[in-house]
Design a protein around this ligand. Structure first.
Ligand SMILES: [Fe+2]
Length: 221
């Protein structure tokens, strides 16, 4: 049984496309007052788009090109969440639930990175590549659903305005630092300093140092 079967089915059942779409709409409403979430939703939409392009590409060259965009954006986005957002789940999502949310979030993304690395070794026109890409797509959809339906709305509800501004700033900086620049609209918003909600992404108060971040794993294209 895979990590997705083990974790997803026991703690949060696999969500249908309709359920995921409803969670996305609710998250978009919350994002109006949470720039960090708005940036994250942008990245989620683009990750979904690149995955779809990779799966529907007609030949090996275009499939590899779409996959590399997907790998690159997924790496930049996931590392930015890991250094800027997930630690806040521990502090704001409840004494026990917060630790569980963070542990699941980190674990799921690490397994996705392993699957991503495996994909790079496969023939992009082969059945094994398609099976693994579809499995990764399902895993990412479920992970995104967990973030948008539960973990992040809870964080948005419990974090003070100053903390939410800090999340926006830290996410944007980490996304940029780990290669999000020039990847598309999500990257552009982050690098440009976010939208009108806070306008603080990309700037940092005196005395506040960048998050202590690990080196980029080898999965970055
Ligand atoms: Fe995410």
């Amino acid at each position: 049984m895979s990590w997705l079967d083990t974790i997803g089915k026991t703690i949060m059942p696999l969500a249908s496309a309709e359920t995921r779409a409803e969670a996305r709409r609710n998250a978009e409403t919350i994002a109006r007052d949470n720039e960090w979430l708005s940036q994250i939703l942008d990245a989620h939409r683009e990750i979904e788009r690149y995955m779809g392009e990779a799966l529907s590409a007609p030949d090996a060259q275009s499939r590899i090109a779409a996959s590399e965009k997907f790998f690159h954006l997924l790496a930049s986005h996931s590392i930015a969440e890991e250094v800027a957002i997930y630690p806040a789940l521990v502090d704001h999502n409840g004494a026990v639930a917060g630790k569980i949310h963070a542990a699941m979030a980190y674990e799921e993304q690490q397994v996705a990175k392993i699957q991503q690395a495996k994909l790079k070794t496969l023939d992009p026109m082969g059945s094994e590549w398609r099976n693994k890409m579809e499995h990764l797509q399902a895993a990412i959809q479920q992970h995104v659903y967990q973030e948008e339906s539960s973990w992040f709305p809870e964080l948005a509800k419990n974090a003070a305005p100053e903390k939410r501004q800090m999340l926006s700033r830290e996410y944007a900086e980490a996304f940029d630092r780990y290669g999000g620049k020039n990847l598309g609209s999500a990257a552009g918003r982050a690098v440009a300093g976010g939208s009108s909600t806070t306008g603080m992404a990309g700037s940092r108060p005196a005395g506040m140092e960048p998050a202590d971040v690990p080196p980029v794993p080898g999965i970055v294209s």
